[in-house]
Design a protein around this ligand. Structure first.
Ligand code: DOR
Length: 465
């Protein structure tokens, strides 16, 4: 492959912002030079004066709906949306149909992604009340982690049997990511809302039904179990201020219990139900402004370790149903980076914090070697952005198959200009190159997806043995 030199880029990497030339060859970052690179012949030249270059985003929570729910989303559309949003790697959830509860189904997902994903991928192994034996057979190098729903959401993948939970927390042999909402509390709140409102429960009730109490009960219980058993626990999509007391500030070093925040909980508050209605109905629910401010602060001080999307599309028809029939979730993978950059503009985060939470930290957390930073020898997963090129989210520029976004009408100041995946230009100036295939890579070891240090098989559909 012809090399590419990205000239005069403002590189944001490892807590520094500096001007440099970056040379990409054979899928990897060959050189990063603040003095400039000269003497190269027969390379593609990309002028990046005035533009920022960051490591590609690594999203540790997406629902790409394949197999079984492809009327909502599929890997081809969602990975294209990811590339357009500067997301170069994703970790996908098991609440597809059928649920990813055994190794055969897991293998099928890797095959599906190998055939059409334009960005790197890994898949979680799902946990149920009854599949622990199968879970323990999964090679940690094959998957990014285990996923257990401790409260049911789309797909009713619930782990609620106390013995199953003890078995899982005591034996999990890799990172255990959880959805934490207490099922009994949610059920009781739902019944109370139905008694009061009948079939016409207002969307504004969602954060009171999927309440802060439900979140705290479940996440504190999970953290207690993890402490008891030494589990490597990762609590997904923290949505309340109170839960933050469960996590430690500071770097990832030595942490056995980590937390994730999602874009919607960092952006919206319960005031938005009045205008956005079901388009911001997520589980866990978007809560109060005080919750949002506390989560933002926790991203800054390290109680929240990574930021992700929980990209979870449903069709507009499904989202227009009454509360009880309306599924939770929405598409976000195309807009996570630009939304975070908007929060930089608003003074909430720094550029370096955004790069840390979206790229460096997920790479470290999931032991993904050779990705998540702009360093010589690393895979060239890169995103180039113009921080001053305003544009508006509208139906015509949404790539998710569902065709809508909770951000419709929102103007973002930053625009993704180009995204490289393994050195290949997957997105450039408004167009996704849908012929890019991660599985075409001849590289043996793209990264590891486990907590171990063995060469993993993540996103290398073509090289799995
Ligand atoms: O709102 C949500 N939707 N939260 C989840 O955890 C699942 C997701 C989905 O799959 O629709």
């Amino acid at each position: 492959m012809k090399g590419t030199i990205i000239r005069n880029a403002t590189v944001v990497n490892e807590a520094r912002t500096f001007t440099a030339d970056v040379f990409v060859q054979d899928g990897r970052i060959a050189e990063v030079s603040e003095r400039g690179i000269s003497g190269l012949r027969d390379v593609n030249e990309v002028e990046a004066s005035g533009l920022h270059l960051m490591p590609g985003v690594i999203d540790d929570q997406v629902h790409f709906r394949e197999p079984g729910l492809t009327h909502k989303e599929d890997i081809a559309h969602a990975s294209a949306a990811a590339a357009a949003g500067g997301v170069t790697s994703y970790m996908e959830m098991p609440n597809t149909v059928p649920n990813t509860l055994d190794r055969v189904l897991l293998e099928q997902k890797y095959d599906l992604a190998a055939a059409c994903s334009v960005v790197n991928y890994s898949f979680y192994m799902g946990v149920s009340n009854t599949n622990l034996e199968e879970v323990l057979y999964v090679d940690p190098r094959m998957v990014c982690g285990l996923k257990a729903f401790l409260g049911s959401s789309t797909g009713n993948m619930l782990v609620d049997d106390p013995d199953a939970l003890t078995g899982l927390f005591s034996k999990a042999h890799m990172i255990l990511a959880i959805h934490a909402e207490d099922e009994a509390t949610v059920q009781a709140n739902t019944r109370a809302a139905q008694d009061r409102w009948g079939d016409a429960i207002p969307m504004e009730q969602h954060p009171l039904i999927r309440s802060a109490e439900a979140c705290y009960r479940s996440s504190s219980n999970a953290v207690a179990l993890a402490r008891e058993h030494g589990t490597r626990l990762h609590v997904l999509h923290i949505s309340t201020a109170r839960e933050l007391e469960l996590f430690s500030p500071g770097s990832l070093d030595g942490k056995r219990i980590t937390a994730e925040a999602c874009i919607h909980h960092l952006w919206f508050t319960d005031e938005a139900y009045a205008t956005k209605g079901s388009l911001i109905k997520w589980n866990p629910a978007v809560k109060t402004q005080a919750d949002r401010e506390a989560i933002r602060q926790a991203v800054k001080d390290g109680r929240i370790d990574v930021v992700a999307t929980d990209h979870a599309p449903h069709t507009l028809e499904e989202k227009s149903r009454p509360y009880m029939q309306c599924p939770s979730g929405g598409p976000l993978v195309q807009h996570s980076l630009v939304a975070m950059l908007e929060l930089v503009r608003q003074g909430v985060f720094t550029l370096e914090e955004v790069v840390h939470k979206l790229s460096h930290a997920p790479a470290r957390m999931f032991d993904i070697t050779g990705r998540g930073a702009i360093k010589e020898g690393y895979q060239a997963d890169l995103v180039m952005v113009d921080l001053n090129a305003p544009w508006t989210v509208e139906q015509g520029n949404i790539l998710s198959k569902c065709g809508w976004s909770p951000f419709e009408g929102q103007q973002f100041s930053a625009r993704v200009i180009k995204t490289w995946v393994n050195g290949e230009l997957a997105y450039s100036d408004g167009a996704v190159d849908r012929t890019v295939r991660v599985s075409d890579s001849t590289d043996e070891t793209l990264c590891t997806s486990s907590l171990g240090s063995d060469p993993g098989l993540w996103g290398t559909g073509g090289t799995r043995g």
